[in-house]
Ligand binder design. Structure first.
Ligand code: TK8
Length: 353
């Protein structure tokens, strides 16, 4: 039985953390097989650091807590998930890099900032691909979603499935945005993704990519005029306090991808891997439901908090779609036309039902 260094999860300095990871990944103990929780076994529980960018009360935070609960139950306390919220461990990219280094075990970023590692995730930044969550679920939980997950191990990452960030809507402090012309000159914070950058430029806006945790300050200081995120995120991060206008553009559906450090994953037994996989899938179903419920509530809450909400007519949505089509065509070639075709074919299958 491999001898494992037992580490204190709190208070380790980086050098000693690197020492641990150099010795073969995250701290691992050989808790006696089949031991129930409590007593010596609990003291030997392996701690798994899981961090996300959104708040504890956001559906992503609720999903992570559900994941931790399921893992604790299924492992009889031998696997203990330590949860960190609101970018306490850094933004999506920083946490993903920590997984690759083996100094953090789990994070659940949006796919967009990962396009520097798996460029094909950029397809999920194409505007107006999905009309509803059912179409998104079919693509993400189907063969195409798996093909992109299969590209993660080469990046030192294991993907256990997709959770839901959701349909993104534009907020800004200048004016209602209902037509393509209304985007003109607006400084909009975007995700760190070339597709998003080009799409907002094509709409006439001035895109400014930045990590999520910098958005509120950028809006408050008017460094940018607006941002775009799902309604639950807009509410739970209080963007309504610094944004007057909410446009129901629903312009992109962004997934979250559930990531595990490959350095850590490869140290786990098959049973432990099975527990994490099952828990990620079960908590993912819970999280999607919570997200959909919350988005409905958040729209009403944001209105009651004083945001001026405007819809986008189908005609104006069609004009926005036409404006970004050259961007979709350009990146379809760059990302792989076969994969893009497969995504649209999956969507058509759902629509044909
Ligand atoms: C949170 C981010 C956020 C995303 C963004 O970590 O950056 O705007 O929508 O949900 O992943």
């Amino acid at each position: 039985m491999k001898k494992w260094i037992k580490t204190l999860a709190i208070g380790l300095t980086l050098p000693s953390l690197l020492l641990v990871s150099a010795c073969g990944g995250a701290a691992k103990t050989d808790a006696p097989q089949g031991s129930a929780g409590g007593g010596a076994a609990a003291a030997k529980a392996r701690t798994i650091k899981a961090g996300i960018g959104l708040n504890e009360d956001h559906p992503q935070g609720q999903g992570l807590k559900k994941f931790a609960e399921i893992v604790g139950e299924k492992s009889g306390g031998k696997l203990k998930v330590q949860t960190f919220f609101a970018a306490q461990l850094g933004d999506d990219l920083k946490m993903t890099d920590a997984l690759k280094a083996g100094t953090q075990e789990i994070t659940i970023p949006s796919t967009s900032p990962l396009t520097g590692m798996v460029k094909e995730f950029g397809m999920f930044d194409f505007p107006f691909v999905f009309d509803n969550e059912q179409e998104a679920d079919a693509v993400l939980d189907g063969p195409l979603g798996q093909k992109l997950i299969d590209k993660l191990p080469a990046q030192g990452l294991i993907g256990l499935g997709y959770w839901e960030n959701g349909f993104r809507n534009l907020t800004n402090s200048k004016r209602p945005v209902a037509t393509v012309d209304d985007f003109k000159g607006l400084k909009i914070r975007t995700l760190q993704s070339k597709v998003q950058l080009d799409a907002f430029s094509a709409l006439g806006a001035n895109p400014s990519p930045m990590p999520f945790s910098e958005i509120f300050t950028a809006l408050e200081s008017k460094t940018v005029d607006g941002q775009e995120n799902p309604l639950a995120t807009i509410e739970s991060n209080k963007f309504n306090e610094v944004q007057q206008y909410l446009s129901m553009t629903n312009h992109v559906y962004t997934p979250f991808v559930f990531l595990v450090s490959k350095k850590f994953w490869d140290q786990l037994t098959p049973d432990e891997q099975k527990i994490l996989k099952e828990a990620a899938v079960e908590a993912g179903k819970f999280q999607r439901e919570k997200n959909r419920e919350q988005n409905k509530k958040s729209l009403e809450n944001l209105k009651s908090k004083g945001m001026e909400v405007n819809e986008v007519t189908p005609e104006d949505r069609a004009k926005m779609e036409a404006a970004v089509k050259p961007v979709v065509d350009k990146f379809s070639k760059e990302l792989g036309e076969d994969l893009v075709k497969e995504m649209f074919a999956e969507v058509d299958k759902v629509r044909a039902k």
